[in-house]
Design a binder for this molecule. Structure first.
Ligand code: VAH
Length: 310
């Protein structure tokens, strides 16, 4: 039985659906800081800074697995670094403590944001230098170390992945740097043009949401004796720069126009991240695989958004 925090976010809203389909609707408790418009399945309001309520909810629900997604993303964290530290680290610590006390299997995502400008940028290794220059990156590296500590010191079965930019059509991301790769699809349908805040030539790792959700399930179901790493596995499906995704969209919307108005804050964040990371450890240790490349993702995104935005 699974408790999910941040269940109304970009990952959470779709992961809850997938977990309910896989493990039974009654076995997933979704929580978030605010109530959704319509409640679908078990839902409770939970502020991850309230450790006592978090413990009570997990205990009452008889949870055996904790999926902690509530966090501030990179661009928001740069605007509010102190809030980001308090929420990202305080929330994570509360979730790890509950998982230790109730012996829950634990997942909380890291990110390519856990790497910095001094990290090798191409084919970034699983084990390498991590000196991020953003508060979000500091939170992610500290989070990786904290999750490994809870595994080594207390035996909590913590597992994590370094997500690349995630692209989806169900729930838009909030406050990320890679969000341009989501916005572009919406704008292509709604306006036939997009003004990118990330400069041409800026490569970042990306992944379509269905592959990201499958990766969480595959990692959490993996035989622990095969895991040499835990927090956190590099995973990526593709690496592209803005003009490449624009060209892919143009194949379907020939009149689509792309322009650039670089946002220095988010460009600085993007420039500090890898161009492409090496996923071989995830492939070897738990069979990580992807279904979607840029071409296949674009067909699906445009098709789904045409219906959604009609
Ligand atoms: C962000 N989408 O942009 C998130 C993610 C790798 C990117 O961490 O902050």
């Amino acid at each position: 039985r699974i408790l999910v925090t941040g269940a109304l976010g970009q990952i959470g809203s779709e992961l809850v659906e997938k977990l309910r389909n896989l493990y039974g609707r009654e076995n997933v408790l979704s929580t978030d800081i605010r109530k959704p418009e319509e409640i679908d399945g078990h839902f409770e309001v939970l502020d991850v800074m309230e450790s006592k309520r978090m413990y009570e909810l997990a205990k009452q629900f008889n949870a055996d697995t904790f999926i902690h997604l509530a966090a501030l993303l990179s661009a928001t964290a740069e605007k509010n670094p102190l809030l980001a530290w308090n929420l990202n680290m305080g929330g994570l610590m509360n979730a790890l403590e509950v998982s230790r006390e109730l012996n829950l299997q634990f997942f909380s995502p890291s990110s390519i944001g856990a790497f910095g400008p001094s990290t090798p940028k191409d084919n970034t290794p699983q084990d390498t230098l991590q000196r991020p220059t953003t508060m979000y990156g500091v939170n992610k590296v500290a989070g990786e170390l904290l999750c490994d500590y809870y595994f080594m010191r207390f035996g909590v079965d913590t597992r994590s992945v370094r997500f690349p930019g995630l692209i989806s059509y169900v729930t838009p991301p909030g406050g990320g740097t890679t969000d341009y790769a989501v916005e572009i699809y919406y704008k292509a349908i709604e306006e036939g043009q997009y003004t990118s805040y990330i400069a041409e030539g800026t490569y970042m790792d990306m992944m379509y949401m269905p592959d990201a959700l499958q990766a969480v399930v595959d990692l959490m179901e993996a035989d622990p004796s095969n895991l040499k790493h835990r927090n956190a596995f590099n995973i990526s499906a593709m690496s592209f720069e803005p003009s490449q995704i624009a060209a892919e969209i143009k194949k379907h919307i020939p009149t689509f126009e792309m322009t650039y108005e670089v946002d220095p804050v988010r460009q600085k964040i993007a420039d500090s991240w890898p161009n492409s990371i090496d996923s071989s450890a995830a492939i070897e240790e738990w069979g990580f695989k992807v279904e979607y490349d840029l071409e296949k993702m674009t067909v699906d995104m445009l098709g789904k958004l045409k219906t959604k935005l009609r």
